[in-house]
Design a protein around this ligand. Structure first.
Ligand SMILES: [Fe+2]
Ligand SMILES: [Fe+2]
Length: 474
């Protein structure tokens, strides 16, 4: 079977000029399509979907819209243009020219970074694969599919690096990326949050709000990498990540909006009454928020990490906005505050900044999450509703790092196991919450119609009306 890659895979990496690479990807592509057939959005393979496809990295090319059946989506490989004379901006190699090939001594660590990032991409498609069956509108169904195909493209982006720069090990890793399965007991995805279920649309929007935002921060740190192809790949991935976070931010905003409308109409904030009216009460939304924020906080890893220090010192992974930070970019003497809860209360301690890089990235992530949540709160204020969403304290409900051994409230107080058990139902989604949210999930896919529990968006996709037929079921 011969595949015309110039046709099939839009790319700006001269695939046609590298026969070995082309053959390797020829071998991998049908396996990817088999994986998509098995694990991609359930029941969707025949639909014509109004999707954007990147055909180049420049302004006009990176988002061309049109109808496509998802198995025929043109998953492309794009690197941002090379910056001439780019220099390494941090770590022990600061000031040296960036690398166009993988230095032998850093090969294992770079491969691990790329595989860990790559593994999250198909994982989220697997987590979201049943959601189409309960879409609250055709508009939302289309957004789900857009996120899914782009996560597929992100997998291609990482697989390209593995095939192009890591030889046989890279090809084996690329196959393993299609073999692990989210939530599988025997062969799970690498990171915890990517083995959680995404059983309903409130979870989906929280996932895209928080967990795709983790993606933003991980990718941003990799855009600083001394390994130039990784930096250029992740730069382009970030443009797509923006839309995923938009889906989450606006999805939650619309759910809150609809709940507020009913609260004002019925003059009630009683959760039972609101549930009976078919909308999601605000405290339940806060509990989902607490869950997703804390599970995602764990993705940044242990507060103190010698791996993080090594990745930085060797130039593999920088800090968020590394080049804009005003310091020596080597951090040999610097310190950074981390939390210690060993004494029964949370104490801030200064740790070597190099070891605290996970914590620093987590703090950047939380700051960014807060600004998103503020927008929901502004909406509540404007409507005169006395409720405020809060991103939980970063030590709340942690499963990774030294804080995992301590019970900490969403406000950041160390509490007893008894107090935790007594309050947990107010802080994290209960089985009843999940059952209630699940009970609202019915499929609404007539163009322009929306499920009762969510408001329509203020505008459609790419200038199309909200009631556009974004999916043709055929
Ligand atoms: Fe992604
Ligand atoms: Fe994403």
């Amino acid at each position: 079977m011969s595949i015309d890659y110039q046709q099939k895979i839009p790319n700006n990496v001269d695939l046609a000029g590298d026969k070995t690479l082309q053959r390797a990807l020829e071998h991998w592509q049908p396996e990817f399509l088999n994986w998509w057939a098995d694990m991609g959005p359930e029941g969707s393979h025949r639909y014509d979907c109004y999707l954007r496809t990147a055909t180049s990295v420049d302004q006009e090319g990176w988002a061309s819209f049109g109808y496509v059946k998802m198995p025929e989506y043109r998953w492309g490989i794009f690197l941002n243009p090379q910056v001439p004379d780019r220099k390494i901006s941090f770590g022990a190699h600061k000031g040296e020219a960036v690398w166009q090939e993988v230095p032998g001594e850093y090969r294992a660590n770079l491969r691990r970074i790329i595989v860990t990032q790559g593994d999250t991409e198909p994982a989220s498609v697997e987590q979201q694969r049943h959601l189409g069956l309960t879409a609250p509108s055709m508009y939302d169904l289309r957004n789900l599919f857009q996120v899914n195909v782009e996560e597929g493209r992100h997998l291609w982006a990482m697989v390209y690096l593995l095939h192009r720069y890591f030889g046989r090990d890279g090809r084996e890793e690329a196959e393993a990326l299609l073999e692990r399965r989210s939530g599988d007991a025997d062969n799970p995805r690498i990171l915890g949050a990517f083995n959680e279920r995404t059983p309903d649309w409130l979870s989906f929007f929280m996932f895209t709000f928080f967990t795709d935002r983790d993606g933003k921060f991980q990718l941003s740190a990799l855009t600083e990498s001394a390994f130039d192809p990784l930096a250029r790949t992740t730069q382009f991935m970030l443009t797509e990540e923006g839309h995923h976070m938009f889906v989450g931010r606006n999805g939650i905003r619309r759910i809150v909006d609809r709940t507020c409308e009913i609260m004002l109409r019925e003059r009630t904030d009683n959760p039972e009454k609101l549930r009976a009216l078919g909308v999601i009460d605000l405290p339940t939304i806060q509990r989902y928020l607490n869950f997703h924020a804390s599970v995602t906080a764990d993705l940044f890893g242990a507060d103190l990490s010698s791996n993080a220090a090594t990745f930085y010192t060797t130039g593999l992974k920088g800090r968020y906005m590394e080049s804009r930070l005003k310091d020596d970019h080597q951090l040999l003497e610097a310190t950074y505050p981390v939390l210690n809860a060993g004494s029964g209360q949370i104490v801030v301690e200064q740790a070597p900044a190099l070891n605290a890089l996970n914590e620093r990235l987590r703090d950047d992530f939380i700051k960014d999450s807060n600004s998103g949540v503020d927008a929901w709160n502004k909406n509540l204020q404007e409507r005169g509703i006395d409720f405020e969403f809060v991103v939980p304290h970063k030590a709340f409900n942690r499963q990774i790092g030294p804080l995992a051994g301590v019970k900490i409230s969403p406000h950041g107080k160390v509490i007893s196991a008894d107090a935790w058990n007594a309050n947990m139902r107010d802080w994290l989604p209960t089985p009843e919450d999940r059952a209630f949210v699940q009970s609202l999930m019915g499929r609404v896919v007539e163009p322009g119609k929306f499920a009762n529990w969510i408001s329509p968006p203020s505008s459609g996709i790419n200038g199309q009306p909200v009631e556009c037929e974004y999916i043709r079921f055929g």
